[in-house]
Design a protein around this ligand. Structure first.
Ligand code: UTP
Length: 408
């Protein structure tokens, strides 16, 4: 893209300030900036004005979950079905690790964070150890896909190599990168990270299958005969990955996807909640829960919306291919966005200063025809690390690991 074309594109979206320092840039910086303008989708900025409507939820109703007692009663049957699918090579693990982990406040990718007390225990190490449980039980390595973003790809890949994949078989590990979106101030003006770079951030975890497709890995899924994909977040250090019971329960149910859920700790706990939206299985984000929904009761007098998702889903591959081109709702999230000020000096904000644009994996559930919410024991499977201290933190996750006999 040449200067003239970039000018026209930016003018159309009211973003001409991007070229403010163009004349002072050297040749390679100019090329870099023009390329970035060409590759950036500025149309996401329009969602700021429509943000109330952007992620609308439809008519909400309760959905049942397979609860712990039923899971226990059928544990053997589910384990057998799940392990068989894993042994036949039909199930893959997909780690969604493209996020920036700004709340944790480390410059390194979240997976490199050391939660050890007496010796190093990296978050990635915990995930691989958890995945190894099914590898040992099934006697085969599970194909393991890792999504990164421009911001953390190189560090994540070299960390895995340096750590020898924590004992995993490197020939069963594939990395792919997600897309980026521009980040803007509250009025919709994109921020500049440097004089020659627009501030960007990963575009949410909802685009993972599209990014997999773009990187050619869907062909790999076909080649390997993968029928089910277990996507999971980087930050829950206790989660069971490709858990045979969960895989077996979802397959046995005939549903197109399964979602691991926990009974909410409090009505206002910050987890997305399973529900029906206009009759379809769906997840309502915690910040979209009204007081009415939080207080609603079912026939047994229990909270009607009581099963929170822990970002561990099992999707049927052929259904993902069916929905891959569907446009998911856009979530506009307030975040701290590093940028330069009017005089070109770098700024690291300590408070949120604008919006990022994200599509979320939870919205993919709504595109599926059916979903089985499966309850898991939160004390044994839910130790998310979002912050350094307090709720959902390194501290709380350490406590839960120790309770579960994990040496830190
Ligand atoms: P979070 O919602 O915790 O976001 O991600 P985050 O960006 O990692 O952290 P904060 O909000 O800045 O502190 C939940 C999961 O989704 C992944 C994260 O890596 C994590 O596993 N994710 C998030 C992506 O893969 N891509 C994204 O664009 C955003």
């Amino acid at each position: 893209m040449n200067y003239q074309e970039a000018y026209q594109k930016l003018e159309k979206y009211g973003q001409l300030h991007v070229l403010k320092y163009y004349d002072s840039l050297d040749e390679s910086e100019r090329t870099e900036l023009l390329e970035q303008v060409e590759n950036t989708d500025f149309s996401v900025l329009q969602y700021i004005e429509r943000r109330e409507a952007a992620a609308g939820n439809g008519q909400i109703a309760p959905i049942g979950a397979m609860e712990l007692d039923e899971v226990e009663a059928r544990r053997e049957e589910f384990t057998r079905i799940g392990l068989e699918a894993v042994r036949q090579g039909k199930v893959a693990a997909v780690l969604l690790a493209g996020g920036m982990g700004t709340r944790l406040g480390s410059d390194d990718p979240k997976c490199m964070y050391d939660i050890g007390l007496t010796h190093p225990v990296y978050i990635m190490q915990r995930l691989v150890e958890n995945l190894m449980d099914v590898v040992k039980a099934a006697g085969v390595f599970v194909p393991f896909f890792i999504m990164t973003s421009d911001k953390n790809h190189d560090k994540t890949v070299s960390f895995m190599k340096e750590m020898d994949y924590f004992g995993y078989d490197p020939s069963m590990v594939w990395f792919f990168k997600q897309d980026m979106a521009p980040a803007a101030d509250y009025s919709g003006r994109v921020y500049m990270e440097t004089k020659s770079r627009i501030s960007t951030s990963p575009n949410g975890n909802g685009g993972w299958f599209l990014s997999m497709k773009r990187s050619g890995l869907v062909d790999k899924l076909h080649e390997l005969g993968i029928e089910w994909l277990n996507t999971f977040a980087v930050d829950n250090v206790l989660q069971r990955i490709v858990d045979p019971v969960f895989v077996g329960a979802t397959i046995a149910s005939g549903c197109a996807c399964g979602a691991k859920t926990v009974r909410k700790a409090a009505p206002d706990e910050k987890v997305g909640v399973m529900c029906l939206s206009d009759g379809r299985p769906s997840i309502i984000e915690y910040y979209e829960m009204t007081k009415e929904l939080m207080e609603a009761k079912n026939e047994q007098g229990e909270p009607a919306y009581n099963f929170g998702v822990i970002m561990n889903y099992l999707f049927r591959e052929k259904d993902l291919e069916r929905i891959v081109d569907e446009v998911l709702p856009m979530h506009i999230v307030e975040k701290k966005i590093p940028c330069i000020d009017e005089d070109g000096n770098p700024v690291s904000p300590s408070e949120p200063n604008g919006y990022k644009f994200e599509q979320l994996v939870l919205d993919m559930v709504r595109e599926m025809d059916s979903c089985l919410p499966v309850e898991v024991d939160r004390a044994r499977e839910f130790a998310p690390i979002k912050n350094r201290t307090g709720v959902d933190s390194v501290e709380s996750a350490r406590r839960l690991c120790v309770q579960n006999g994990i040496e830190l």
